[in-house]
Design a protein. Sequence first.
Length: 561
Amino acid sequence: MFRLRPCLFALAFLLPLTISAQQGTFDPHPVFDGGGMRLHLSMRGQIAHNEVSIINGLLWPGDGASHGRLRGMCHSSTPVMLGTVNGERRVSASYYRDNFIPGPIIGGKPAVDPTDPFFRAYTVTWQETETEDYREWPVNLGAPVQENGEPFFYGRKQMFWVMNDLDAASMMENNGSLPLGLEMRCLLYEPWPAQARENTLLLQVTYINKGNEHITDAYAGYFMDADVRDDFMNLAGSDSLRNMVYTRDYNTLRDETGMPAALGLLMLQTPVVEAEGERARWFAGWKEDAVNIPVSAAVLPIKWRPTAISEPQLGDYIAQWDALVQGQGAHGVHVINPHTGVPSRFWLSGDPVRGTGWLPEHGLPLSNGENVNQGPADTRVLISAGPFSLAPGDTQQVTYAFIATQGATPEAALHELQDRAEYMQAWFAERPPATAYRSAVVRPANSNTAPGQIDVTARFGDVPVDCSVEVSDATGNVLITASLDRFSVESEWVYRTTVTLPQPHRQGVNISFISEWNGEEVRIPGRVSFPVGGSVDFDGIVMLEEGDDNGRVAPDENAKW
């Protein structure tokens, strides 16, 4: 397989491991504020879990001055890898328990003192160069670095830490297997600012096989227990076109939680295999003669119910993990798409916005004759890709995105999530219709427009895309599609038009921009559920005023909800 080569982002892998005196302190439960979110994690493995208060560990809105508006989005999550070592299936995951050890693998063993400050989580922010974490950026642990030794930034703010799966006792007790011998170098980052990349965090996990045995028939993925607002009023689904699983709040009463929300889990970068003449996403660039494996499964395990598609329970459930990462149920049971009558590795893959395809109300029909109801509940999601192999010393890398959205209806929240996910996939893959995007603005009726009109403006650089706008009501019905007029302004392309709605919509409308260039088309989110007629009332929405110390809205700023 692939061994690391010297490059701008991987120089640290070639340096000897040295531990110098550290001014920072080891925090077993660091917190990352960024991308509009607050994310708690454990240095022993669980991500988006608050071990201290045992509540949701991913909160949104949740960073900086918005702390007073925290809302739960996720209870716990973990990267997962399954593989075969010496004919034995093993799983590496911190599944509802902390099964990993902080720090690297040194000489086949964990660090003598995993709580040494050198093995802490390091958080750095672009252009803030005087912090301890910036000065002590752990190059020798594999942190991304520039040629001058300073941090290489994937986004405006990022956190780096290292952990391994060599806690054999914990792995046996909770996962039912011995360790795979993996070192995991984790980079959590807020992408560079842009409207379409708001409310998003990216997690890059770099796996290194530090054992002496080959890992074969491996699958990498991510498991999430997403508790979006109301723990027991969630609906989950998959979206194979966007490499996404998602959970949406189905509390349509919109009481103290405010507007319905949705949380998407995207697999932006999958493991790599050799492919002559192809290019694969790799670190901050591309790897030649390689290809990223397509996402192979997106499943929705049932919470601890006695069924072939239930989530693995703590203990010896390797067979359950093995089936799920391959898109199946245990004991050879398959999930049947009721619309096609054939097995599917992508469960509930319909489109709830437009009410088409395989939706939760259709349940999960199994090949053994059982039909598992999947109404509003406490749901789980798992997305994975494989198979691949890892020889001793080999490296694989996976990147995930967490995207949070909100709308006047559950469908509106999911509508924006679909647009943001499609844009993030295209942007991460460096497709021109996405990378050229600069901004998009939607304005409701004002003194210069007739009632019921919307002004839309978009800006693109680099390439003159063709741009159109799609207007839907809050439940997803398309009202209008219109092309935008294009103008050249200095180094940018500006697009404008005015759209007249056929009627006022009390719950507002959803706006999507569609950019097309050289046969490639990408949807870009505009403002979602933007009120354009009448009054729109939502419980839990508070008007912020200057002077109340909220630090967020000034008289000359546009407040948005």
